[in-house]
Design a protein around this ligand. Structure first.
Ligand SMILES: NC(=O)c1ccc[n+]([C@@H]2O[C@H](COP(=O)([O-])OP(=O)(O)OC[C@H]3O[C@@H](n4cnc5c(N)ncnc54)[C@H](OP(=O)(O)O)[C@@H]3O)[C@@H](O)[C@H]2O)c1
Length: 321
């Protein structure tokens, strides 16, 4: 009976992480939860598709606490995520997370999952010149603000599970990180990770892991859980890509300095991110347990699994005839 289901507010329900959770809840054999999809525009195509699937869609804006209050009313839990890449502002991301924490607290939610990342300044203080300080106050802005925002939830005593996510393999489809043809026509896959493994995950698996956390009641409240599908070196990823495409893909390890200099919006942030993941690799991978991820989500994909489903969506140029 739908009336017995616990309502989970899904922030970012039209996006990768929240969308994954929404699908996981709808497909859940136990049918314990009911999603309430949050969007800024209930009339947009993606939101209308959700409504057609019978999902409750609520219009709200992370910058507007009043709209969030209505969206959170009467809910059991919430999955909270912010989208740095929409505005590139760590201050705005922090303010949005604060709004979410305040509203979750006021609404008396029993369980919040906050999709977070490390505040890298705990490892690389601003005074450390191994990597440049960005925007005056950050090392990896899109990580640091999320990590800083953890306190917004914990200081208010919001019952929160802090979920450390990993690099989405989906970045090869829509984030410009696909292999590109080098001067000799060979596909080249670039990372600034040297020979260190990159923790990766299918973005859809983040939502499935989040459902696994909600299913386990309040077991993980107050804890930080890291998830990943696999930790793979650039060489290993290139080998999988070669098999998937049926042609050689060469791994090109570049220096973080060269990545920062690529010049596209966010290149410096991502260059610092790779440097953090490379230089604190043992910590970073250990913080993201594949075993735990699989226990939360038995369908957890490997990179090869993900490629088998998605290789045709990766926008690589055809080889020259
Ligand atoms: N790419 C990676 O490898 C990776 C890895 C780890 C973490 N992350 C983090 O993931 C976050 C993005 O999550 P995603 O990939 O799931 O996002 P996404 O697919 O780009 O979708 C963004 C979602 O956020 C919602 N949204 C954005 N601004 C909003 C606002 N002001 N008010 C209400 N809703 C808002 C959008 O809803 P509407 O448009 O419907 O309003 C949409 O559902 C980023 O902060 C990034 O740092 C990314």
């Amino acid at each position: 009976m739908s009336s017995n289901k616990k309502t989970i507010v899904v922030v970012g329900a039209t996006g990768a992480q929240g969308g994954g959770l929404l699908n996981a809840i709808l497909d859940d054999s136990q049918q314990q939860f009911q999603p309430r999809a949050l969007t800024r525009d209930a009339g947009a195509d993606k939101a209308r598709e959700l409504a057609v699937r019978g999902v409750e869609v609520v219009q709200a804006e992370l910058d507007d606490p009043e709209s969030l209050k209505k969206a959170f009313q009467g809910a059991y839990g919430a999955f909270c995520v912010t989208n740095f890449w929409e505005h590139f502002s760590p201050q705005k991301e922090l303010a949005q997370a604060k709004n979410l924490a305040e509203v979750a607290d006021d609404a008396g939610l029993e369980h919040v999952i906050w999709s977070t990342l490390e505040d890298t300044r705990k490892w690389v203080p601003l005074s450390d010149d191994r990597m440049p300080t960005l925007m005056d106050n950050y090392k990896v802005p899109h990580f640091d603000a999320k990590g800083e925002a953890n306190q917004e939830f914990s200081d208010r005593g919001v019952p929160t599970t802090f979920l450390l996510t990993s690099f989405y393999w989906d970045n090869l489809i829509a984030f410009g990180m696909e292999p590109k043809r080098g001067a000799d026509g060979t596909l080249e896959f670039v990372l600034a990770m040297a020979d260190k493994p990159l923790s990766g995950i299918a973005s859809a698996d983040i939502g499935k892991c989040a459902l696994g956390i909600f299913r386990r009641g309040t077991e993980f409240v107050g804890r930080t859980l890291g998830i990943a599908g696999q930790h793979l070196t650039g060489e290993q990823m290139a080998a999988s890509l070669s098999t998937a495409f049926g042609e050689p893909v060469r791994y090109i390890p570049i220096e973080p300095d060269d990545y920062r200099a690529l010049g596209f919006p966010g290149a410096e942030d991502l260059g610092n991110m790779y440097q953090f993941k490379r230089d604190f690799n043992d910590y970073f991978c250990a913080a993201r347990s594949i075993e735990l991820s699989r226990s939360l989500n038995p369908e957890l994909m490997t990179f090869d699994d993900w490629l088998a489903k998605n290789k045709d969506r990766i926008p690589v140029d055809k080889p020259a005839a």
